[in-house]
Write a protein that binds this ligand. Structure first.
Ligand code: FAD
Length: 460
């Protein structure tokens, strides 16, 4: 292969000779070549989508490389760039759209050993990208701080995976998503070149690696803003119908004096799938799942009045061996259903903030049994609105695309979770920075997670 030739995802996989030379160059950096392990760890949660399941099943890296520190990451990047071997970063492996699935083989870079906390200051932390989010909160909470937001996979996912692959979650009702200015303070990255550079991206520049699926640099460290750590109370409220759950959730979302971290209306029959939570989910009732700061609980109850019935009120506990309430929200709602019904899938929607109740009602009545409503109240561009993660009864790709089209025709925007490219999947979840231009600077041959940034054409 010519040194400057671009990588073709469809046909170019590294040859056995190339891989052997690469391994020699990696020296004492730990690697795994057992194909069963490599294949298993090349997967993420793409199987939520029957469409991606067909496309990505069987895709695998050739080997796993596990750097012990940033110096190892630089050596791996240099060796991969020299031998023109693709490299896909894998952290917790909880991504949903095959984000961490290597399409062209090569190296799966296990980044999880880079988990050192460099420092914690009031309202700020600097930490290795491989640190798990629950470990970060455990370290900062004794000082009165915690991450501003986390995905419902907080107990297994890393901060680097969240920034590179996620969008928001528990906490986004107060702070918006990762794409909002100020929610990522800085990122340190290693470039994919024969002589890799280490670049510190600060402020707005840090957004160049946000939700780019690891195509714009290997993140080794992050500086993240922190929020006050309140004593949180897990709450479930049951309502006679979904509309009442949404109306109350909206009122609570707009009540600025009530400190909250989560407000998730979920329609019946979805709570009937909620295993250990079933005793808090009365037959036929839609629910609102909430996390409320303990000092705000009384005001929350006052706001509720007689509109619904509180069926759970207990301090949040996401310690070892516990299943926290937030593991019934965000994309865990879908997972709870998938545990007993593999015929469903899901969508990711953004509702317009200025017509929220009307649009929620339109979608609910348009697909009464096929699209089962689950909303998450969030702030988006400074406005309170809802992200929808409805559970969809799947029949065919054509029907799924029709459901997506009908949402968009009604101004409910979709970040399609049934595609694996950054451009097609992320839509409203991405920030408006020139990630494509940046990729040309840091990965000119397109070796980082090849095939995921569709608009990138490698330099010739
Ligand atoms: P991985 O899955 O390992 O990686 C994700 C992407 O980031 C991949 O493209 C990978 O290549 C890249 N990457 C990882 N680390 C680095 C790095 N250091 N440098 C460069 N690239 C890197 N997401 C949300 O945003 N909110 C939610 O509430 C949410 N809930 C979920 C619930 C369930 C049940 C599941 C299965 C998924 C959910 N997700 C959610 C998606 C996912 O869990 C999160 O985005 C999570 O933060 C990903 O972290 P991870 O460590 O598992 O990353």
């Amino acid at each position: 292969m010519n040194d400057l030739a671009p990588l073709d995802v469809t046909s170019d996989r590294p040859s056995a000779d190339t891989l052997r030379s690469l391994i020699v160059d990696l020296g004492d950096i730990p690697i795994v070549t057992d194909s069963t392990i490599v294949r298993r760890r090349s997967r993420d949660f793409f199987w939520y989508s029957p469409i991606l399941n067909d496309q990505l099943n069987g895709k695998s890296a050739d080997l796993i490389v596990a750097p012990r520190d940033e110096a190892d990451v630089v050596r791996v990047a240099a060796a991969c760039a020299r031998h023109r071997v693709p490299l896909t970063v894998r952290a917790g492996g909880t991504g949903n759209y095959g984000q961490a699935v290597p399409l062209a083989g090569g190296v799966l870079l296990d980044i999880t050993a880079l988990d050192t906390i460099e420092w914690i200051k009031p309202g700020q932390i600097r930490v290795g990208a491989g640190a798990k989010m629950n470990a970060i909160d455990a370290a900062t909470q004794p000082m009165g701080y915690e991450l501003r937001m986390h995905p419902s996979t907080k107990r297994t996912a890393t901060i680097g995976g969240f920034v590179a692959g996620g969008s928001g979650g528990i906490g986004s009702i107060t702070y918006g998503g990762l794409r909002e200015r100020g929610n990522i303070l800085a990122a340190r990255i290693v470039t994919m070149e024969p002589e890799p550079r280490i670049i510190e991206l600060r402020g707005d520049a840090a957004q160049k690696i946000n939700r780019a699926y690891g195509t714009t640099g290997i993140i080794t460290a992050l500086e993240m803003p922190l929020a006050p750590a309140w004593p949180w109370i897990d709450v479930v409220v049951a309502f006679d119908d979904f509309t009442a759950a949404v109306e109350f959730g909206h009122a609570a979302a707009l009540a600025d004096g009530i400190v909250k971290k989560l407000l998730a209306p979920i329609t019946w029959p979805l709570p009937s799938y909620f295993g250990a939570l079933k005793s808090c989910c009365p037959e036929g009732k839609s629910i609102l799942i909430a996390m409320i700061a303990e000092p705000s609980l009384e005001s929350f109850r006052d706001l509720l009045g007689g509109r619904g019935t509180m069926t759970l009120e207990t301090p949040t506990d996401d310690g070892p061996g516990k299943v926290p309430l937030y593991e019934y929200t965000w994309n865990h709602t879908t997972l709870q259903v998938l545990k007993s019904d593999r015929t469903v899938t899901y969508l990711q929607c953004l509702y317009p903030h200025d017509r929220l109740p009307q649009k929620v009602e339109e979608m609910r009545t348009m697909f009464p049994r096929e699209v089962l409503q689950h909303l998450e109240f969030i702030r988006f561009n400074g406005q309170v609105t809802c992200s929808g993660l409805p559970v969809v009864r799947y029949s065919s790709p054509e029907r799924l695309n029709e459901i997506i089209r009908l949402h968009e025709a009604h101004e409910v925007y979709i970040a399609n979770p049934h595609v694996y490219t950054v451009e097609d999947g992320s839509r409203y979840k991405r920030v408006d920075v020139d990630q494509l231009g940046f990729k040309h600077e840091v990965d000119p041959c397109g070796l980082l997670n090849p095939g995921k940034m569709r608009s990138f054409i490698p330099e010739r």
